[in-house]
Ligand binder design. Structure first.
Ligand SMILES: [Zn+2]
Length: 322
């Protein structure tokens, strides 16, 4: 691992908007707060997890390794204050990615792990003892009932990952859905490192179709609101509209002529020009609105992925030769 000798060379980015700021972790490095009744969320400022503290046991939702053993501390702190057991009896995986599940094994083997059937398949593939495979799986939906509380899990198609599920707490007015919307912030590289771009773009409408007031989105230091989802949707819709305009207006011919017999040089010149034209107005519009919109690589790489999805998933990818 290398680190810069100094950070003086970092670009001078726009200040983080007030709307992007979150809670301040304690000196142990975590914050735990009540979402509603006995549902709590935990963050280290960048990653989020949640738990239900019921009289029959704790149900844990995701185990990001960056929070790690602080999950135990947060659970102990709350259950002691509430006078309920601190024993984690159930654990739900939002999706298989290690950055949200990599601390699973620290809760031992005497825990019922629940996840989508594709999560089980992918965890068997990845074969990482830090992430035991779920014992209970489902295809479309599953109702988890523990200690008088109810959680509705559902899978509505691939998006960020093939197995990413919606975790609805109907009696806590809350939805948990990870790695699509970053409250107050732009998605990071490549549509937030997503595998299915049309699925990613469609997911916020599904998010809004559930009744909820509190949204646990998996990242950064605060809970999300319905307005956060709308701003995210507008950012993505603006990229899509801008990509359509750029694809229609950038003439590829000069780039292929310039590339000569190096066809891929022509492809690069053309697609870089389309990406630049797509992203530039979006960066200008959202700088100061969504944090890190001015980190050009994020909006560029997301614009590139959406532009390619417009061509390859929806088509047309180009004119049909006469
Ligand atoms: Zn993920």
């Amino acid at each position: 691992m290398t680190s810069p000798a100094s950070v003086d060379g970092l670009p001078d980015y726009a200040p983080i908007p007030a709307s992007a700021r979150g809670v301040t972790p304690n000196e142990q490095g975590y914050y735990v707060g009540r979402v509603e009744r006995n549902l709590y969320w935990v963050t280290d400022g960048v990653y989020q997890a949640a738990f239900l503290a019921t009289p029959d046991g704790v149900v844990l939702f995701d185990t990001p390794p960056s929070i790690g053993h602080n999950l135990r501390r947060a659970i102990d702190e709350i259950t002691a204050a509430e006078g309920v057991t601190n024993r984690v009896t159930h654990m739900v995986y939002s999706h298989h990615h290690d950055d949200h599940t990599g601390a699973s094994s620290i809760f031992g083997s005497d825990v019922v792990r629940i996840g989508h059937e594709e999560t089980r398949r992918l965890l068997l593939r990845d074969n990482n003892p830090a992430r035991p495979v779920p014992d209970v799986t489902f295809a479309d939906s599953y109702t988890l009932e523990v200690g008088g509380e109810r959680v509705e899990l559902s899978w509505r198609g691939p998006n960020h990952s093939p197995d990413n599920i919606y975790i609805h707490f109907p009696d806590h007015d809350t939805l948990m859905f990870i790695d699509v919307v970053n409250a107050g912030w732009v998605p990071i590289y490549n549509v937030n490192l997503s595998e299915d771009v049309p699925g990613y773009m469609a997911a916020p409408d599904i998010v809004l179709s559930f009744p909820w007031t509190h949204f646990i989105c998996g990242h950064l230091g605060r809970l999300a609101t319905r307005d956060d989802v709308l701003v995210h949707q507008q950012y993505i819709a603006d990229i899509e509209a801008s990509a359509r305009e750029a694809l229609a207006s950038v003439n590829p011919v000069p780039y292929y002529v310039a590339g000569g017999e190096n066809f891929w040089a022509g492809v690069k010149g053309h697609l870089d020009a389309v990406t630049e034209r797509t992203a530039a107005p979006v960066i200008a519009k959202y700088t100061g609105v969504l944090a890190a919109a001015d980190i050009a690589e994020f909006t560029y790489s997301t614009a590139f992925q959406i532009m390619q999805s417009l061509r390859l998933d929806r088509g047309p990818s180009g004119p049909v030769h006469p």
